[in-house]
Design a protein around this ligand. Structure first.
Ligand SMILES: [Zn+2]
Length: 305
């Protein structure tokens, strides 16, 4: 699942590529992937044709002002009083091609055996065409992602935008803020605290494992057992690891791709994530994994206490 560094990579690239562009055409190939208004989407989504027609009608002619994000939600802001909120969830992807690039073929599944495909593929659910002939494709193999169009007046009422904890890369995320979060969950394993979106925004499985490794604490350690030095090590590791992920343009260990269809390179720098059974890059000890409910966490039993 794309985490903060992957979403930030998409946002930075789309903001550069889309700002000032005007939409001339919208094609919705999977109706349940789009939504209107601030309401939360039910787990079982139904396609509503009249909503799709309205979605297309509202977006045609809109000019993009900026692309930003809150936590893992991408916010495409238009000059008109509208914003398009996009959650990539597990496997959502945005790929942007200029008119001259439309014949390009990309590997949208991250397997060495995955075929090179031209867009749209059967996983392309929404296509935006701009006045200059460029196209933006939204692909999603597992179809958990969504594109939700809201008016600026509705924006403060979008629940998923209110439910997040602080942005870990914001200046306001101080050691005091982090200490207060830890105090609220003394019995929680540190891994679980790091991935809880209501406590800190944007960290998931990849980066929580890498943060724990850098801080030299095991993911299962309960918050109250961390000494001051360890708490500070976790706090310092959060921006360090997230910035490293952004600099590498994200990790394509999952099906994440950049907006030109290429892969992020953070995967090369993982110390523990998805490396169970391989030797630790620092001490050579075999990396171990353990289950946390539905999640698997990896750690070095020697480097991490
Ligand atoms: Zn080690």
């Amino acid at each position: 699942m794309p985490e903060l560094p992957e979403v930030q990579t998409v946002v930075t690239e789309l903001n550069r590529k889309l700002s000032g562009k005007k939409i001339v055409e919208v094609s919705v190939r999977l109706p349940k992937i789009v939504a209107l208004g601030p309401g939360t989407l039910p787990p079982k989504r139904r396609a509503q044709v009249h909503k799709v027609i309205k979605f297309i009608k509202l977006l045609k002619g809109q000019k993009i002002k900026s692309v930003t994000r809150r936590a893992k939600i991408i916010i495409i802001d238009f000059y008109g009083p509208l914003s398009l909120l996009v959650h990539l969830k597990m496997t959502g992807q945005f790929i942007y091609f200029r008119k001259s690039q439309l014949q390009k073929r990309v590997r949208i599944l991250n397997k060495p055996t995955a075929p090179l495909l031209s867009l749209p593929t059967k996983y392309t659910h929404v296509i935006f065409t701009f006045t200059d002939g460029a196209k933006l494709f939204f692909n999603d193999t597992r179809q958990f992602g969504y594109l939700k169009l809201v008016s600026d007046a509705e924006l403060p009422h979008v629940r998923e935008l209110q439910e997040f904890g602080p942005e870990p890369l914001a200046r306001a995320f101080s050691s005091q803020v982090f200490e207060n979060i830890l105090k609220r969950r003394p019995n929680m394993p540190i891994k679980q605290l790091l991935v809880d979106q209501s406590l800190i925004a944007g960290i998931g499985n990849i980066y929580s494992d890498e943060i724990s490794f850098r801080a030299k604490v095991r993911p299962a350690r309960r918050v109250k057992t961390l000494n001051e030095k360890e708490r500070h090590a976790v706090f310092a590791a959060i921006p360090f690891i997230l910035k490293k992920g952004i600099a590498a343009k994200g990790s394509s260990v999952g099906d994440f791709v950049r907006t030109d269809g290429s892969w992020g390179t953070m995967g090369k720098y993982h110390y523990v994530y998805m490396r169970a059974g391989q030797p630790c890059k620092i001490c050579g000890t075999m990396i171990r994994s353990m289950k946390f409910g539905a999640r698997t966490s990896s750690f070095c039993p020697k480097c991490q206490k």
